[in-house]
Design a protein around this ligand. Structure first.
Ligand code: SF4
Length: 257
């Protein structure tokens, strides 16, 4: 019927629906990573289509990080829409490079490194015919530790890709999230560990690497009037986090107690 407003409480009681808006009207900052990764592409959040936001991120990458190539492919799921946008903007053909095993969860949210490694091995199959002998642009939504991305680049090389240019539809993760997203502690984020883009490209085995520029994030959203949080990318959090603990630490504190 409509989106629940930030801070609003919807009560479903014997008398039907009622709304408590006492906490509404303050500054609101929606998580920008919802549009890049979390939300389903057919969602519309605060008037912005998630699919269109991702297509737009691909268009921005094509403008800001152009490279000569034969084909653009996306890493399922979130990278697919961005790859389409990159293809539309650059004129480089869009191809299906990966087929995903639908019965495996997202590697980003697997709790341990071993589980993440195993899930990458069995969750993506490369369509060799799409990439063999080609200069490939591969679009993914983010790089956290770099290990998953390195494995995916290796899969493309093994399938015969001549060049692999990685484009990421979010800026580098350099800070933790204090609001519940299961991003690792800062010291495990590859971009936080003083590595520049060329060093990260080397680590993941890519011929080149470029990220979505953080100042362009606002271009993903329609003008809904809501602000957005991009704290894990910029360090500018919507609230003071100087006394906060990020989620992993919070979890370990719970286990300690
Ligand atoms: S810090 Fe990052 S993941 Fe956390 S709410 Fe903000 S944008 Fe989303």
């Amino acid at each position: 019927m409509r989106d629940v407003l930030p801070g609003e409480i919807i009560v479903i009681g014997e008398d039907g629906l009622s709304s408590i808006k006492t906490h509404c009207g303050g500054r609101s900052s929606i998580c920008i990573f919802e549009y890049i990764y979390f939300a389903r592409p057919d969602s519309v959040i605060e008037g912005t289509s998630v699919h269109m936001a991702r297509v737009q991120s691909g268009r921005i990458l094509a403008e800001t990080a152009a490279v000569d190539a034969d084909i653009v492919i996306g890493v399922p799921d979130s990278g697919l829409d961005a790859a389409l946008g990159y293809s539309q903007e650059s004129g480089i053909p869009y191809g299906i490079g990966f087929i995903k095993n639908k019965y495996i969860g997202r590697s980003f949210i697997q709790p341990s490194q071993i589980q993440r490694d195993n899930s990458v091995k069995i969750k993506l199959n490369v369509i060799k015919e799409t990439v063999a002998g080609k200069r490939v642009i591969m679009i993914d939504d983010s790089i956290v530790r770099g290990t998953t991305c390195a494995r995916i680049v290796r899969l493309l090389r093994e399938a015969g890709a001549k060049e692999v240019h990685v484009r990421i539809s979010s800026p580098p993760f350099v800070h933790s999230c204090y609001f519940g997203t299961d991003i690792d502690s800062e010291d495990r984020l590859i971009a936080h560990n003083c590595r520049n883009t060329e060093e990260i490209a080397d680590y993941i085995g890519a011929d080149s690497l470029a990220y979505m520029p953080a100042p362009s994030l606002g271009q993903l959203l329609n003008k809904s009037g809501l602000g957005f949080c991009d704290g894990c990318f910029t360090g500018n959090y919507p609230v003071d986090v100087s006394h906060a603990v990020y989620k992993n630490k919070f979890d370990s504190k719970i286990h300690e107690n």
